[in-house]
Design a protein around this ligand. Structure first.
Ligand SMILES: Cc1ncc(COP(=O)(O)O)c(C=O)c1O
Length: 435
């Protein structure tokens, strides 16, 4: 242990002595770089050229960093009402946001929380209590292999059991699991994999089920694993037949990331609950929301206190977050082409990458493009191929964060053609330098 201490105890430009960084093993990572300003797709570093943020800072920055329209909306809200307890009181920004999101999702009720994990926790708790309130014993939860839904206990339980949640495994509630038939360009066997998944799901649904949860169109942290809309349609159909609730975790896919404003809209499915966060505030402030159908909401109404959804957070519906979210929606409404046409911007570069022998499983959905680096090493997150490419890209002005050997781009909508070209050029050169 002491030998590690010398590694991380603060030296100029090294680790901070008081910060415990997220998702980081200090013994095997480089200290973080300081960023004091960012604008559009660029991160400005101290004493070095800027970096293109090709992954929207953990998939949150939607319109670009320091977008002036959103910054102004937050600033003027801060002068009016910065925070208000959201029980006993409401406020105009929250009501406006709820109206807009219920129109956009076709789900009438909005429940506020703080981030993606809590938006998922709330969806799971609502789904379980819905059946309790109705007096029906439905306890099974079904999720998909490879899923990631966040780091709180309920969210971990429905996520793939792996390195990240292994220490807590015994405390996580049981979940039934269905294969996720991820696909890519020139995939010849997708239909068989989809059928196998549907068969498994159908069998599981013979047991009374509270809810089925999925990441529509793209599983994010699991490796940017994309499925066809046709598959989601079939899932929706059998889940609805079984009366189980369908939860769409759109924490990553929402707000224009997947060809349409929501991945569910793009895939033409209508879930009963939708969890949203990340791009919700344009990536400016932490906030989560869970959208629910009116039918679900009504089952919580009555004189019996046991019917109530006893859940809430100190910062529920924070007015600054709501103002940011309303401003972000204004921008999305004003320029739909910025996300609807984004896939076409990836395509020429992906076609070029297809010729590269080090690359396989090319896939794209809207703003999200991904491929695997062919490698013999360990599969999954701990594979080192992506790490080498990340370091090369950092040296050449592009910030990517591969998931093991999966390389992906998920840029802010404002990224310029030249910046996008630079991302792909750097990846191409980085691949050449790998082995
Ligand atoms: C699909 C999905 N759900 C939930 C989460 C958790 O969100 P947060 O990190 O805001 O808690 C994430 C985060 O990456 C995600 O991608």
């Amino acid at each position: 242990m002491d030998s590690f201490k010398t590694l991380y105890q603060s030296s100029p430009g090294g680790w901070n002595n008081h910060i415990w960084p997220p998702f980081t093993q200090i013994a095997t990572s480089n200290p973080p770089e300081k960023i004091s300003t960012a604008k559009g797709a660029l991160l400005f570093r101290e004493g070095k050229p800027p970096l293109i943020d090709a992954i929207s800072s953990w998939w949150v920055t939607l319109h670009g960093h320091a977008n002036p329209y959103i910054a102004k909306a937050i600033a003027s809200q801060a002068h009016e009402l910065e925070q208000i307890i959201f029980a006993d009181f409401t406020h105009p920004q929250a009501e406006k946001l709820a109206d807009r999101l219920s129109r956009l999702t076709s789900l009438q009720r909005l429940f506020f929380s703080d981030n993606g994990s809590t938006a998922v926790e709330v969806a799971l708790k609502i789904a379980c209590q819905f059946w309790q309130n109705k007096g029906q014993a439905r306890h099974q939860i079904i999720a998909f292999e490879g899923a990631y839904h966040g780091d709180t206990f309920g969210a971990m339980a429905v996520g793939e059991r792996n390195l990240f949640n292994a220490p807590f495994e015994k405390m996580l509630f049981p979940v039934s699991r269905v294969p996720w038939p991820a696909t890519w360009w020139d995939d010849q066997e997708v239909e068989k994999r989809e059928q196998d998944a549907i068969t498994m799901l159908t069998q599981l649904l013979e047991t009374p089920t509270a809810a089925v949860i999925l990441e529509p169109l793209v599983q994010g942290a699991g490796g940017m694993r994309m499925v066809r809309p046709e598959f989601l349609k079939r899932v929706e159909c059998i889940v609805k037949d079984s009366k189980a609730l369908l939860i769409a975790d759109e924490v990553m896919t929402g707000f224009g990331r997947c060809r349409d404003i929501f991945a569910c809209k793009s895939a033409k499915i209508s879930p009963d609950l939708i969890s949203l966060s990340k791009g919700l505030t344009g990536g400016f402030l932490p906030m989560g929301v869970t959208m629910a159908s009116e039918d679900i909401f009504e089952s919580f109404i009555g004189n019996d206190p046991n019917l109530t959804f006893w859940h809430g957070h100190s910062f529920t519906a924070n007015p600054l977050g709501c103002a940011a979210a309303n401003a972000s929606l204004d921008l999305l409404e004003k320029d739909k082409t910025s996300y609807k046409d984004f896939e076409n911007r990836h395509l020429p570069y992906l076609k070029e990458l297809k010729k590269n022998l080090k690359v396989s499983k090319i896939r794209v959905t809207g703003t999200i493009a991904a491929f695997d680096i062919n490698t013999d090493g360990e599969k999954g997150y701990l594979n080192h191929a992506g790490k080498g490419l990340k370091e090369y890209a950092l040296e050449h002005g592009v910030f990517i964060r591969p998931l093991g050997n999966v390389v992906y781009l998920l840029p802010p909508l404002c990224i310029s053609d030249t910046q996008l070209e630079k991302c792909y050029f750097t990846i191409k050169k980085g691949l050449e330098s790998l082995y």
